[in-house]
Design a protein around this ligand. Structure first.
Ligand code: SF4
Length: 373
């Protein structure tokens, strides 16, 4: 269930899945829904890839995936794994040797479809390498690369074909007594993805990795992902997510977290509640929110901040937030602390002052959390 259980109309009942480990991150069961992204640097460029992994982790990524297209990348992976603050998933396509090398290099998980890597002996070798190196596997069904026999059977990529593909790969792992796997059934079409995910969620108890593949650029991809992943998460489906954007991996992580935050499934950092602004605004709301988003990026403690242009909605929103500012007249506004009007502040000094108040509140919340442990 989500953290919102005090208000039953906000409850989300998560599908019960088996829990697996991706390195030290539990995925499935009652573990928090993990946020993932993928690097887009050359894996052989270790410094650039590690920098990207670190930036993603700093933004909140729990797990990061790295492509391993050739042997040189497998070599680089070793160093990347060593430097990474989060578990690394190795993305393997078809080539079984890369799978073995990645497991040996310390990958926490292989993204590989066992049905696509050749004969039984090869499959067994990869599974053995995964088992020997404590490496889980993600089966990644993709509507764009379904097996030929399924396309012939179903005529086109459809939810049934995707579920069948997933179950075929699952069977191979199970026949080899390998159960540390999760599965995704991605498509770039929101309807197809959602239907396939619902089908696979009913057909297996494996943890599910959610994603709308090739979702597009920052704005369109965010919307597609929010609709597709949002609906599935709301239904209780999904143990780990990746928002695929033609944008910086850090943006993917931010969007992933925002989707989870919107549904009360995870909380991280400052949740800013702000009005769209209009002629009544007592200060420049849009510019202020942009600046505050940037200046408060370092805060990881979950808390809320309302930035509202005028008294029409300001006091009401401030009631529910840890820190608030509502525009007033004559170049100043009201600062709210813990829902109560506290003191006036000039618009010029307001941003620095709000940052200070938020940092203070975050420190208080962190101290209280530590004391409770
Ligand atoms: S809160 Fe005030 S400034 Fe903001 S949109 Fe509403 S009326 Fe306009």
């Amino acid at each position: 269930m989500s953290l919102n259980h005090v208000r039953p109309w906000r409850d989300i009942y998560r599908r019960k899945s088996r829990q697996i480990m991706v390195g030290n991150v539990p995925v499935g069961g009652d573990a928090p829904i993990a946020v993932q992204t993928m690097t887009n640097t050359l894996t052989t460029d270790v410094a650039a890839t590690v920098a990207q992994v670190q930036a993603a982790a700093e933004a909140g990524a729990d797990i990061v995936r790295v492509s391993v297209p050739d042997e040189a990348s497998s070599q680089a992976l070793k160093e990347i794994v060593r430097e990474s603050p989060v578990p690394i998933v190795a993305d393997i396509h078809f080539h079984y040797r890369r799978g073995i090398e990645a497991a040996e290099a310390g990958a926490a998980c292989l993204r590989i479809n066992p049905g696509n890597i050749g004969d039984e002996a090869r499959v067994k070798e990869v599974i053995k390498a995964a088992r020997d190196h404590n490496c889980s596997i993600r089966i990644g069904v993709n509507a764009g690369s379904l097996e030929k026999h399924l396309l012939e059977k179903y005529g086109e990529p459809c939810p049934e074909a995707m579920v069948e593909s997933g179950l075929e790969h699952i069977r191979i792992l199970q026949d080899n007594d390998f159960h540390e796997f999760k599965i995704s059934v991605k498509a770039s079409d929101v309807f197809l993805s959602a239907a396939a995910y619902q089908g696979i969620a009913e057909a297996t108890d494996a943890p599910i990795h959610l994603g709308i593949t090739e979702a597009g650029g920052l704005v369109s991809g965010t919307i597609k992902s929010a609709i597709g992943l949002g609906n599935l998460l709301w239904m209780g489906i999904g143990d780990t997510i990746r928002v695929s954007l033609s944008a910086d991996p850090v943006e993917e992580v931010k969007v992933g977290f925002e989707i989870l935050k919107s549904l009360g499934l995870r909380h991280r950092g400052v949740n800013i509640i702000s009005c769209p602004s209009c002629a009544r605004q007592g200060f420049d709301v849009i510019k202020t929110v942009e600046t505050l988003e940037h200046r408060l990026e370092h805060i990881k403690t979950p808390m809320s901040l309302s930035i509202i242009g005028c008294v029409v909605n300001g006091p009401g929103e401030a009631l529910m937030t840890d820190v608030g500012f509502t525009g007033g007249g004559a170049g100043s506004g009201m600062v709210y602390l813990a829902g109560k009007a506290s003191h006036k502040m000039s618009n010029e000094q307001m941003i620095d002052h709000i940052v200070e108040q938020v940092e203070k509140k975050a420190a208080e919340l962190e101290a209280a959390a530590e004391a409770a442990e």
